[in-house]
Design a binder for this molecule. Structure first.
Ligand SMILES: *Cc1c(COP(=O)(O)O)cnc(C)c1O
Length: 394
């Protein structure tokens, strides 16, 4: 068997390994509480489903323009103007099969072989693999709990070379829940742009944000930012539409044109009736407040329970729906006659002994943390925390 050198470089997903182990345990009749979910546990709102059904009934089932139907691109431009303060035209928007594809197309469109892409770590696990697929090199900028997992200007400067092409910013962040303030974002994006870099700003969690924190978009900071920032967003997280596969990129039209050509030859346009439903999602002005307030209750609860356990310390996340506690004080400690030396071993131990599934931080570039998704019922969260406490405090 000959798998290409390029594909052989990809890392197998440890998230999938955990997920399949959980499935196996469940099918063996074992009651496992899963905290791995990377998607809201709420259903897609009915008004969006109805729009898709209507569109299907009306026969809107053919290929669409590769970069998306014009009504949707117009609705996206209006959204970006009203909510993010960025003025784009439909020629500056490409709709793709999920934000994931939008990011990939842009990375592939911008990077030459050997270019470097700066990725603040911990990171969303597809960024480095996508960079590898573009034959470019991921360069990680380490961050830590102490600094709220934020990169600052000096961190970027230290990692610059003459090959650096892109800085990826993901605020609110998966997995850490970190949200940059406008001032912080302004400082790092200003520096990046002056250094000649492009910025990919992945804003998929913009609406899942807590307390008095405000989301800001680097492309809105001024003319020079507009030219160099690629704003990424989508429908998966804000509208609970992960399975519908719809996201978009907005940036200068020459990048969009090239990225659309790539999309022409790979997937063509995204699903037709999903696009019609997305127009309704954007134009109906439906609120995410209810979902966010439910996430907020779970967030407060789970972080408090985690911090009550000796050996675990967890920041209160400001956005997204993940807790990302530091568990390194538990390494080497005797737990149910075993011990773990990194988060991968610890997650395995907790899964085997307490039947609770977390995602090891290794998947996101940190051996000291685990990711715990609270996109699951309060009942599951309570039971999961009870089990964890029983295992660790016993
Ligand atoms: C979920 C997620 C995406 C991708 O979402 P799509 O379903 O492809 O639209 C992109 N970035 C981050 C950080 C995510 O968590």
């Amino acid at each position: 068997m000959t798998i290409s050198q390029l594909i052989s470089k990809l890392k197998p997903s440890a998230t999938l390994a955990i997920t399949s182990r959980v499935k196996q345990l469940k099918s063996d009749g074992i009651d496992v509480i899963g905290f791995g979910a990377g998607e809201p546990d709420f259903d897609t709102p009915d008004y969006i489903k109805f729009a898709a059904i209507e569109s299907l009934k009306s026969g809107f089932t053919k290929y669409t323009p590769t970069s998306g139907i014009i009504e949707l691109k117009e609705a996206i431009c209006e959204k970006l103007w009203k909510e993010n303060g960025i003025s784009y035209t439909p020629q500056q928007v490409m709709v793709s099969c999920g934000a994931k594809q939008a990011i990939y197309n842009c990375i592939l469109t911008l990077c030459n072989e050997g270019d470097e892409v700066l990725i603040p770590s911990p990171y969303w696990l597809s960024y480095p693999e996508q960079v590898t697929l573009a034959r470019a090199t991921p360069v990680f900028i380490e961050t830590c709990d102490k600094n709220d997992f934020k990169v600052v200007r000096d961190d970027i400067e230290r990692n610059l070379t003459n090959k650096t092409k892109i800085l990826i910013i993901n605020s609110p962040c998966n997995p850490t829940g970190t949200v940059y303030t406008k001032e912080e974002l302004c400082e790092i994006s200003h520096f990046a742009i002056n250094a000649g870099l492009y910025i990919i700003s992945d804003e998929i969690y913009e609406k899942i944000i807590y307390d008095d924190v405000k989301h800001s978009s680097p492309a809105s900071f001024g003319e020079e930012f507009f030219e160099k920032v690629i704003t990424i967003n989508g429908f998966s997280k804000a509208y609970s539409m992960t399975g519908w596969r719809l996201g978009y990129a907005a940036c200068s039209s020459n990048i969009i044109k090239a990225a659309t050509m790539l999309q022409d030859h790979t997937t063509s346009g995204p699903n037709s009736f999903t696009q019609k439903a997305a127009v309704v999602a954007l134009n109906a002005g439906g609120s995410t407040a209810e979902m966010v307030s439910e996430f907020d209750k779970r967030r407060q609860y789970i972080v408090e329970r985690l911090n009550n356990i000796d050996g675990i310390s967890c920041m209160l996340p400001k956005g997204a729906f993940y807790a990302f506690p530091n568990v390194s004080d538990l390494f080497g400690r005797k737990i149910a006659d075993q011990n773990a030396t990194n988060s991968f071993e610890l997650a395995n131990l907790i899964l085997n002994r307490a039947k609770v599934a977390f995602v090891p931080g290794e998947c996101f570039g940190s051996k000291s943390h685990v990711r715990i998704s609270y996109a699951t019922s309060m009942e599951n969260i309570k039971e999961g925390m009870n089990r964890l406490e029983k295992l660790l405090v016993a």
